[in-house]
Design a protein around this ligand. Structure first.
Ligand SMILES: [Zn+2]
Length: 179
């Protein structure tokens, strides 16, 4: 499988901390993981894919570990479902040998689309942390609110706008270069 988990390349020191909820170090940790997701997005751009990157982080006894990661590879795979989140979810399920990811959080540079938001609910992901909002397809807060809809059987905690500007800039630069 191409998307090997490279923990060495994706381990800013903040990830090893064990912050309490609401602590400002949660924000620091979120930014550290988002920077790692940004790196995945940047390599997607190098492959000519729309730059979106995602990471799945499992918490065990207060320690956090990356168990899945992915960049958008829709074009290379000729697969309309090969969004970064889906790649990362499949990898995490394979690594943990289960489909329920209740102890995992997902970081992604762009607000998830309806397909990915639905997949996050199905995977029972605990929290979704995203970079910039997507006015064209965002299904966490912008166009739809799939991940905390009380009618569904699972709801996620939502943390929007983490390094939003960097995440949006990467997309803008990519689309500008293709014009
Ligand atoms: Zn998606």
């Amino acid at each position: 499988m191409e998307n090997k988990i490279d923990n060495a390349a994706l381990s800013p020191s903040a990830m090893r901390q064990t912050p309490e909820r609401g602590d400002s170090s949660v924000a620091e940790m979120d930014q550290a993981f988002m920077r790692a997701a940004l790196a995945l997005a940047a390599s997607a751009a190098e492959r000519g894919e729309i730059p979106v990157g995602a990471l799945i982080v499992q918490e065990i006894n207060g320690q956090r570990h990356i168990v899945g990661s992915g960049g958008n590879q829709r074009r290379i795979d000729s697969d309309p479902t090969a969004h970064a989140e889906i790649i990362a979810l499949r990898q995490a399920g394979g690594a943990l040998k289960r489909w329920q990811l209740t102890d995992c959080d997902l970081y992604v540079t762009l607000e998830p689309c309806p397909m990915c938001a639905g997949a996050l609910v199905n995977a029972r992901i605990r929290r979704v942390i995203f970079g910039c909002r997507d006015p064209k397809a965002g299904a966490v807060t912008t166009l739809f609110r799939i991940t905390d809809d009380p009618r569904l059987n699972h709801r996620l905690e939502i943390t929007p706008d983490v390094l939003a500007e960097q995440c949006a800039d990467l997309l803008k630069t990519f689309f500008k270069s293709r014009r």
